[in-house]
Design a protein around this ligand. Sequence first.
Ligand code: 5GP
Length: 192
Amino acid sequence: MNNGKLIVFSAPSGSGKTTIVKHLLEQKELHLDFSISATSREKRGDEAHGKDYYFLSAAEFQAKIAANEFVEYEEVYKDNYYGTLKTELERIWALGKHVIFDIDVIGGLNIKKQFPNKTLAVFVSPPSVEELERRLRFRQTETDEKIQMRLAKAEREIAESNKFDVILKNYDLEIAKNDAYTLVHDYLKMVE
Ligand code: 5GP
């Protein structure tokens, strides 16, 4: 391993963390690369294998659990597994880059626990659960039942937010993007 760092962005889904992470990845001077998670959930919209996720069957995912190939993994929703492969961190560190994660709250805290001295864990906070519901509905990619599942999870996640290094409020996306840049930039400089 080299001196690559880990930048974790966790939040309830719909809070804008994916947009913030994409913005940070565009800032080449930060030398970040995205940790592509493995998942057994179905593809949504125009997602691509090897870009947004490594899409695996539940059986393939379980085989990798048995072979101890994950840094962390979780059954985020019933029968939907998500996890970070060890090979992903090695791939990114070998490029001389820092790893940035778009990962759920338990996964994010798990990464922080395993690499406490080289992880910045950021919780992206939505304005309210009502606003989160509005954003999820606007996305129109999921059934009502799935949206309800995500909202219930969101309330549990918000309760864990104080375990993160920083809480980043996303009330205005442009401000949140700038705040995220400053946080990450300063952290990488500090621990160089
Ligand atoms: P989605 O289905 O919306 O892409 O993701 C559902 C949730 O799983 C999100 O909160 C997302 O951040 C989380 N997630 C994505 N990848 C991982 C991972 O590797 N590990 C864990 N624990 N959660 C993940």
